[in-house]
Design a protein around this ligand. Structure first.
Ligand SMILES: *[C@@H]1O[C@H](CO)[C@@H](O)[C@H](O)[C@H]1NC(C)=O
Length: 252
């Protein structure tokens, strides 16, 4: 399952940036001083609210919705949720409603740690799926359209930065990039399981009745995929401009 939570990503980047003046593209964005996490947080929220379709200047892609590459979730072999699920042509919706709760890091020392906390009402991963394996020891297989929705998700992104020199300037690359998340409810809809409408409806009911088991069994692989999505988003921003130049020149 996927989850996707890409939202996280967004926030981070935004964070870096800063407030947009009005919302005209020509005015560009104001920027924050390094380590001014309250400015960075406001900037990130402003981008999410007003520029969720992408910010060229920051090399921030369209988040509304965010296209994802292939997403693969594997449960543990022999476990209660022993599945292999692949999502393709998928996208994550609802990122424009993600709210940045807090940010720490982003100071002069690029190493960090940098922490970004996000929350949202709901986020969905929607697209094509292929599944095989077993859930609660009952075989499951099929392919079709799917929608996996997180209700009231909260995401915590934690990572360290590492300077990478290019043309004499230091860009921030990430290491130990992790996303932890929680939610109040997981909703799953997979059309056409077993290539049979009746069996599919029945299995969808079982999956949703047992969402807590599915969530706890797949949390780690999902979290890994969410991290990958966010990391890619943020890489776009941090590889686009040297770390120092993402911020205002003088210290606070
Ligand atoms: C996915 O499912 C959620 C929950 O039912 C729904 O609110 C949302 O509109 C669906 N998204 C799409 C693209 O179908």
């Amino acid at each position: 399952m996927n989850l996707y939570c890409a939202f996280v990503v967004v926030s981070v980047q935004l964070a870096v940036i800063l407030a947009v003046n009005g919302n005209t593209e020509e005015q560009g964005m104001e920027r924050c001083h390094m380590g001014d996490t309250s400015c960075i947080k406001d900037a990130a929220n402003l981008i999410l609210r007003e520029r969720s379709h992408g910010v060229e200047e920051l090399n921030l892609v369209d988040l509304n919705p965010l296209s994802t590459g292939e997403i693969v979730i594997r449960g543990s072999k022999g476990g209660m949720v022993d599945v292999d699920v692949r999502f393709s042509k998928s996208f994550i919706t609802g990122l424009q409603n993600v709210y940045v709760e807090s940010i720490s890091g982003f100071g002069e020392d690029m190493v960090g740690p940098h922490v970004v906390k996000l929350q949202s009402d709901s986020n969905s991963l929607v697209g094509d799926y292929v599944i095989s394996g077993s859930v609660l020891y009952v075989p499951i297989w099929g392919s079709g359209k799917s929608n996996m929705t997180f209700y009231n998700p909260r995401y915590t992104l934690t990572f360290h930065g590492e300077p990478k020199e290019r043309d004499g300037k230091a860009y921030m690359s990430f290491h130990d990039f992790k996303v932890d998340f929680s939610l109040s409810r997981l909703y799953i809809r997979a059309s056409n399981l077993f290539n049979n409408g009746f069996l599919s409806d029945n299995m969808n009911r079982q999956l949703n009745a047992n969402w807590q088991i599915i969530y706890s069994e797949l949390k780690q692989p999902i979290s890994n995929e969410i991290s990958r999505v966010f990391r890619k988003l943020l890489d776009g921003v941090f590889q686009n401009e040297p770390y120092n130049e993402l911020f205002l020149p003088d210290s606070v």
